[in-house]
Write a new protein. Sequence first.
Length: 543
Amino acid sequence: MNPRRLMYVGLAISVALCACTRISTTSQPQHSDTIPGTLRFATAGIDSLNPLTQETNAEIQLDMFIYGWFFYVDDKGRFVPDLALEVPSYKNGGISPDGRTLTYHLRRGVLWQDGAPFTARDVIFTVRAVMNPRNDVYSRAGYDDIDSMETPSDFTVRFHLKRPYAPAIATLFCAYQHSGEPVLPAHLLARYPDLNHVSFNSHPVGTGPFKVREWIHGERIVFDANPLYWRGPPKLKHIIATIIQDDNTVLIQYRSHEIDAIFGAAEAQYPQLIRLQEAKITLVPTGVYDEVQFNVKHPPLDDVRVRTAINEAIDKVQIIANVTHGVDTVANSDIPSSSWAYDAGLKPVGYNPTAARLLLDKAGWAPGPDGIRIKNGQRLSFNLAGQTGAASEAADALLIQAMLRAVGIEAVIKTYPPELFYGLEGGVLSAGHYDVAVAEIQSSIDPDDSIFFMCDQAPPAGVNYDFWCDPTFDAAERGALANYDQSVRKRYYAVTQRELTEQSPVIFLYFDRLILVTTPRLHGVAPTPASVFNWNSWQWSME
């Protein structure tokens, strides 16, 4: 499993507001090397175009051109019906009174890109494909809460859940949830015992606005407008995704007008990007955040005073300025401030090295001869783990190491290959073979963070890699998961955020903002606050 998709599991209705920052620097564009009606952009390596077998955000980004979901999420965080006609609610009867049955009414007249009709059969098939143990699916979260399914008609699907589960609505076939798969064509795939190596993975058929014309592995993927798209043909005629692995090469090709967009530029290049003469720079809020996490089973990290002192010793603003060139934003919670569930009254732990020193004194840690604190003959020293090849996290670790040293704490940096660091079985985090770690996590559009922090989610049941257990947190989390009312859930999440702040099992450093670089000739892009932003590509156009 690729670490970029590990732990991308939060779930339910979100109405997060997208506060995008735009910087526009334009001059007279050169049209001689452009192709009318064609968008060219850079993407990373692609292994599969089948959503069930994918492992990277680059692949998921391409899915948004090809496939359809029950709902998209727009630039205001609102659900936009796609294959479903409306969002289930108590009012419209889509949610049963006991919260255990969800009914979806499907759009009629939708065609697969090969001309076959889309029906409820495709939905049922896709759920079964996700749950098929022979398929190498990275996550079954949400789908494993379905107890049974029925199709009262060709355009009605009913899911009977094992329990009331508020995140289900934003999970099942909802774009941007990393377990929210698009609907797949039963007429093409139902005959296979598994979907790991079928030809569909290279020649997909979806219901989305663009269809794959050709895929030259390692070079490019070419998309053509889908003339059968239910909203009507897209404004763009073609999209060319050029596969470029090197960030410097991407920037060179943008400058030379060989590509028209960079959907996710490197933060390290931001000072160069804002000086480009023909570019619109958009900073898009995401749910990706960097954090410091503690293994609370390892003394002295089991002492909340030590964890809080470490929190007070870290200057998040300085880290953002030095590591991300000011692109990213301070994180006070794992729920971004743009989310409906964020508690505006939250009082986060602030940077205060003086307070950190006093707290360590009270905890019995006195400065030693070399400045590192000692208690009962034991130095206040631990390993600070991270993954190799992660430039931002490595830079975070170096700054944190220096900040902790300033208050008398020794952090010894140790890095591991990504597959070992994030590995689900026997990994450094999952096996608890670390003291403190710097990691990058992705939350979702929904505030559900139960898999990260609830007592029963310690490995192998979940990804509570802090091994933290707090009954108050658990009770509030259970209340939020069992109730579909957003106002009720918000009250519960205020409790969970307070507990995370006061107990400091993790330190939330900063939320990433996705850097979009686009030619001023590209119009209609309205990025959503998610890692995969391109929800409305049928509206994009090129001058």
